[in-house]
Design a protein around this ligand. Structure first.
Ligand code: TRP
Length: 456
């Protein structure tokens, strides 16, 4: 068979795919979101469920997304439509692709705002205002930032321009070089923070909080949030990884790369949690302060370690970079679809999408000041109005539903032989195990969790 290649390009190697997909997976979800939702949902039990979801649902679905993408070699909407027709099923499966694009669109709009906070912190760190800062000082600097919509808009704009420029350029080797250097650097900085956390005297308390499951502390809503986050953090359920899979050369083991990506992603999230919670306990903060958590804790650490201004600045630079390599994967499916179906130039498609997501971002910006309102979800009080609504709607509902549809697609719509073929041609034990999981276990887990939520 001659090699099939996507019209949008192809990764130069297996390593390039791993780097790009890891770049997509590792982002604000690991360093900003995981700690604050773990904190809001009582720690240990939440973390355990999150880890189980990564292993039992996340990795099998990631494999499904990659294989569907590589088989179809188009944007998710067209891939799902073509593959469904090929197996004699309804082309309306394309709706799954469309819903994914909608979810990704909403996510990137708030993702850009939070990445903007990280951009703002690069400047604050470099200015030295955090030297010797107290918990109250750090909290008030954070509150000052989010209460200032004009500033947030400026940073959000810069981030969305960065994203648009990178997406307009397409699959490029430059990205490979950058990810290769900057990801390990981020990792090293997290290790430095971990060493600091070890000096706070509260390290054990932090470890206990994260790894000692107390099932009384988690609500049914918390279980849903943990499951939703396993999708968010692995970039699943919207077609982002499917899109990246469509650029993957034939003949590369999908199982191995998926496991590798999930492992790195999980490690980064756990390191981040381990660096943050000892600071929370050492300063007498509460774990459930919400989206400001890393911005109110890490500056305290950097304010105390030698060379902290430098390391802190570098940390936020790397965090922005991690967010950047994630946000491009959120826009990619929509941009590819506009190129395929509307005949847009890549750069024009990227610009349009960039402008629309930028506009929606304003809703998130205002959610932290004049438009904020409270509501309760799954037993937790949410303080940031429409931002929380958009986050819950996407992470907790749309992503898991998208993931379920993808599992059903790989497990029940595509023919068994084409799935075997994509996964390396061997119908052995590991294939059978994976196939069983996505055909039975994943759908059953969804049904159980959702029914539990609807009829508690
Ligand atoms: N996984 C990224 C993070 O953890 C965010 C992200 C990128 C994402 N692409 C996605 C989330 C697709 C959901 C779907 O920061």
């Amino acid at each position: 068979m001659s090699e099939r290649i996507s019209m949008h390009g192809q990764w130069s190697s297996r390593l390039m795919f791993i780097l790009a997909a890891t770049g997509s997976a590792v982002g604000l979800g690991n360093i900003w979101k995981f700690p604050y939702i773990a904190g809001e949902n009582g720690g240990g039990a939440f973390v355990l469920i999150y880890l189980l979801c990564i292993a039992l649902i996340g990795i099998p679905i990631m494999m499904s997304e990659v294989l569907i993408g590589r088989r179809g070699r188009q944007s998710p909407i067209n891939t799902l439509c073509t593959l469904a027709r090929e197996s004699g099923k309804a082309s309306s499966w394309r709706v799954v692709g469309a819903l994914g694009i909608l979810a990704a669109f909403i996510i990137v709009s708030y993702y850009g705002v939070i990445a903007g906070w990280a951009l703002a912190y690069i400047v604050r760190m470099a200015s030295g205002i955090f030297t010797g800062v107290t918990a109250e000082g750090a909290a008030s600097i954070f509150r000052g930032l989010v209460a200032d919509p004009e500033r947030l808009l400026a940073w959000h704009t810069i981030f969305m321009v960065m994203t648009t420029v990178l997406v307009a350029r397409g699959v490029r080797p430059g990205l490979e070089q950058a990810i290769k250097v900057l990801m390990p650097a981020l990792f090293v900085l997290l290790l430095i923070l971990l060493v600091f956390a070890g000096t706070t005297g509260k390290f054990e308390e932090g470890v206990r909080f994260l790894f000692n499951p107390d099932f009384g502390a988690i609500s049914v809503g918390g279980i849903l949030i943990a499951m939703g986050h396993s999708f968010f953090t692995l970039s699943l359920g919207v077609g982002a990884i499917m899109m990246y899979g469509s650029y993957l050369p034939d003949g590369i083991s999908i199982a191995k790369v998926s496991i590798a990506i999930a492992l790195v992603d999980t490690l980064v999230a756990l390191l981040s949690g381990l660096a943050i919670f000892p600071i929370v306990f050492a300063t007498g903060m509460t774990a459930d302060v919400g989206p400001g958590l890393i911005f109110q804790t890490l500056p305290i650490a950097f304010g105390q370690i030698p060379g902290g201004d430098f390391f802190g600045t570098l940390f936020f630079v790397l965090l922005v970079f991690a967010a950047w390599t994630s946000s491009i994967s959120l826009v990619e499916p929509l941009v590819a679809w506009l190129v395929e179906n509307k005949g847009f130039e890549r750069s024009r498609a990227a610009t349009r999408v960039g402008v629309c997501t930028w506009l929606l971002g304003i809703v998130t910006i205002m959610s932290f000041s004049s438009w904020s309102f409270q509501f309760s979800f799954g037993g937790e009080t949410k303080n940031n109005g429409l931002f929380d609504v958009m986050d819950i709607m996407t992470s907790t509902f749309l992503l898991p539903l998208g993931g379920l549809a993808i599992a059903l697609f790989a497990g029940r719509v595509m023919s068994r032989s084409s799935v075997v073929d994509e996964l390396g041609g061997k119908d052995g034990f590991s294939f059978k195990l994976w196939y069983f999981v996505i055909r039975y276990i994943t759908p059953a887990a969804f049904v159980a969790i959702f029914i539990n939520r609807l009829f508690p």
